[in-house]
Design a protein around this ligand. Structure first.
Ligand SMILES: [Mn+2]
Length: 264
């Protein structure tokens, strides 16, 4: 076991515990390998929406929850900001559970004095919603085209080869997704600016990113379904977006190169 990496704060979101895709074993590994003063759970941690339909709860999920409570007990400030998949917890905002604070939003002040608004981000859906129909239309079109592709040769013969291009459709779909992300990011940055913050930390769209939008910083923690990312702040107040799989590989390589330094 490597010595835990120390951070001032750690932000994670979109873990979706209770779904098959959740990488709870990797998150468990990440939280066991790190220590911090503040741990922000930025929404969609427990997927209560999915759990009401089917229960999928491997033992790592319980271990993970126990570890978070243990960290809170040992003095880590743990803030849980419910998202849309764990919205039921919003009824308990303002309460503490075993040292875990439940909040609608929070303000994090970095060691450099930057004031960051911390929200899950589903409140921005309203602003971005106008794109929704386009995304859904894209999905519908995609399934339709998948079915149609079985008859591709037939269709081609019927209408000529230039009737439609699958590659062009994929390109279009990608453009819609990119546009959606861009709109979410600028809506978040705008909110941060309007409310007088230096930046915004959010999740929700499963797209990790750290970017400057004019005067404000946009920080998205990503997710533990696909990306396995976290936003971390070091002692000096610098913020980094880390990918746990890449970082773990790097730490292990370091340990191999300097074995003595790690013995303590
Ligand atoms: Mn969400």
């Amino acid at each position: 076991m490597l010595e835990p990496v120390k951070y001032r704060s750690i932000f994670i979101s979109d873990v979706h515990l209770g779904t098959l895709d959740c990488q709870s074993n990797l998150l468990l590994d990440f939280l066991e390998s790190t220590e911090c003063e503040s741990l922000y759970l930025v929404g969609d941690i427990i997927d209560m929406q999915k759990l009401t339909k089917a229960v999928y709860w491997p033992k790592e999920n319980s271990e993970l929850i126990n570890l978070v409570f243990r960290k809170a007990k040992r003095g880590t400030r743990v803030v849980y900001i419910p998202g849309n998949h764990d919205a039921a917890l919003r009824n308990y905002v303002g309460n503490h559970f075993n040292g875990v604070e439940l909040k609608d939003e929070d303000v994090h002040v970095t060691a450099q004095g930057q004031r960051l608004l911390v929200i899950h981000g589903d409140c921005l859906d309203e602003v971005v919603r106008s794109m929704d129909w386009l995304v859904h239309l894209g999905d519908k079109l995609y399934s339709m085209i998948m079915v149609m592709s079985r008859y591709y040769l037939y269709v081609r013969r019927l209408f000529g080869s230039s009737y439609w291009s699958f590659a062009a459709f994929i390109k279009y779909k990608f453009k819609v997704a990119v546009k959606y992300i861009e709109r979410f990011e600028s809506a978040a940055a705008r909110l941060s600016l309007e409310r007088g913050f230096d930046g915004i930390v959010c999740g929700h769209i499963h797209h990790p990113n750290k970017d400057d939008h004019g005067e404000v910083q946009y920080l998205n923690t990503g997710d533990w379904v696909e990306h396995c990312t976290a936003l971390v702040e070091d002692e000096t107040g610098q913020l980094f977006l880390i990918n746990w799989l890449e970082m773990k590989a790097m730490l292990e390589r370091e340990k191999e190169s300097f074995p003595d330094q790690r013995v303590a």
